[in-house]
Each structure stands twice: as structure tokens, then as C-alpha cells.
Ligand binder design. Structure first.
Ligand SMILES: C[S@@+](CC[C@H](N)C(=O)[O-])C[C@H]1O[C@@H](n2cnc3c(N)ncnc32)[C@H](O)[C@@H]1O
Length: 229
């Protein structure tokens, strides 16, 4: 893999340090809803897809779910070797190929994939637009990019309730269980800085994606963007 920028080194370190507790905390802190959201993402992959890339695959929960539902070649790519090691244990010998790669420099030829999924990964990538351009490059014509990411809540009361949980309770439990000083403070900060659905749609259109649309989940806690080339 190409050498990492300082920013990506820090992100790689953080995910490596929390990798062993990542799955457990994901399910605990989301009350298991994360599984339903990933399922919703996968339901949007066109049934005819034969080559699917799950980017920022982490411990491969999305890739595994895809493999249960598609007779396709599935590639899971991630920056963190520690996350990929856990992914390897979970995926065993099935049809998922795991690759250590940075989203900003994808090691694939142009027009390689029918579909790309990225779940809770985009907001961690500092050079976001470069990564999105790479995703466009490796997608086939009529290919689809599906982004599941935290988003912004419009309703003030719901936002206040959610922010109390997300900014106060979640970091406390997350840091304690993962034994990490700040990883679960970093999570809400990246969500606050992440663009709203409209802005992300405009970024995708400016990069050259067409037919961009999105579905907001739980009043804007998360959103799934769907973009085609
Ligand atoms: C919050 S986890 C999401 C993992 C998985 N997609 C899921 O749904 O649980 C974010 C993942 O993005 C990866 N990541 C962060 N920056 C990346 C980059 N520039 N290129 C590839 N992967 C990256 C991290 O290593 C981590 O595994």
C-alpha cells in the first residue's frame, strides 16, 4: 500500500487500537440498529451486480451481508490492517477478498465494479473528494455508489435528545469499554463536521455523479446516498 499521510496514520492507529472491541461496541451503542441500517444499504445494491467493492470495510459486516445475498465477487478494502485481521477471521474462506488500501488511492483499474458501498467510512476520510473521485473512476458505467453515513437531524427536540446521548453518554461508555482515551469523542466530532444531505448531494454531483438521491433514516440520524455514473 502507498505510504500513509500523517492524517491517515492517525486514523489508522485509532481504528487499530479499538479494533478488538469495535463490533461489540457498535452493536451495544446503537442498540443493534446498526445491523438494520447496513441491511437497508445492501437492499439498494442492484440485483445484477457481479463485482462489488465494500470500501472502509472495517470488520467486514457489510461485505459479509452482501456475500449472503449476492452471487458476486466481493472486495473489502480498508486502511487498517487490524480491522482487516478481524474481518479475515469472520469471513473465513468465502468469496470476500480483503485488501489493505486507502480510499484516496484505490488499487483497481478504471471501471472495475458494478457497485460500491461505504458504511460509516466516508466521514473519516480527510481527502473526501479525492476518495469520491477514485470511487467514480473504479465504477463501471451505470455503476452505483451507496454511502451510509451519520447525518443531521432537523427536528430540534429530537436533535437535543440525540445529541445528549451522542455527545455525553456514547463517548463515556465507548472510551471506557474500548480502553481508548478519545476514540469515542472523535466519533461525534466527525459527525458534526460531516456535510448535510443536500451538501453531500451537491459534492457528488460536482464530481460527476448523476441521479443522486438520498434517504434519511430515523429523522436524519443517518442517511443513505445513492449516486450513479
Ligand atoms: C467506523 S468504521 C466502519 C467500518 C464498517 N464499514 C462498518 O460498517 O462497521 C470506519 C472504517 O474506515 C476505515 N478508513 C478510514 N479512513 C480510511 C481510508 N482513507 N481508506 C480506507 N479505509 C479507511 C477505518 O480503518 C475503519 O475500519
Amino acid at each position: 500500500m502507498r505510504s500513509l499521510s500523517e492524517e491517515n496514520k492517525a486514523i489508522e492507529n485509532m481504528f487499530s487500537e479499538i479494533s478488538s472491541s469495535y463490533d461489540r461496541l457498535n452493536h451495544l451503542l446503537s442498540f443493534g440498529i446498526d445491523r438494520l441500517w447496513r441491511r437497508r444499504l445492501i437492499d439498494k445494491i442492484p440485483a445484477t451486480s457481479k463485482k462489488i467493492l465494500d470500501l472502509a470495510t472495517g470488520t467486514a459486516d457489510v461485505a459479509l451481508e452482501i456475500s449472503k445475498n449476492f452471487n458476486a465477487l466481493i472486495v473489502g478494502a480498508d486502511l487498517s490492517l487490524s480491522m482487516l485481521k478481524i474481518a479475515k477471521k469472520k469471513t473465513g474462506n468465502n468469496n470476500i477478498h480483503l485488501i489493505n488500501a486507502q480510499a484516496e488511492y484505490l488499487p483497481f483499474a478504471n471501471s472495475s465494479f458494478d457497485a460500491i458501498t461505504i458504511a460509516f467510512g466516508l466521514r473519516n476520510i480527510p481527502k473526501r473528494e479525492q476518495a469520491l473521485k477514485e470511487m467514480k473512476r473504479v465504477l463501471k458505467k451505470n455503476g452505483v455508489l451507496l454511502i451510509l453515513e451519520f447525518s443531521h437531524i432537523n427536528n430540534r427536540l429530537w436533535r437535543a435528545i440525540f445529541e445528549f446521548y451522542f455527545l455525553k453518554i456514547l463517548p463515556f461508555i465507548g472510551n471506557k469499554i474500548s480502553n481508548h482515551k478519545f476514540a469515542y469523542n472523535y466519533l461525534p466530532q466527525t459527525v458534526i463536521k460531516f456535510p448535510d444531505v443536500g451538501v453531500l448531494s451537491d459534492i457528488l454531483k460536482n464530481i460527476g455523479f448523476s441521479r443522486v438521491d438520498y434517504e434519511r433514516i430515523l429523522g436524519g440520524v443517518a442517511a443513505i446516498h445513492c449516486a450513479r455514473i
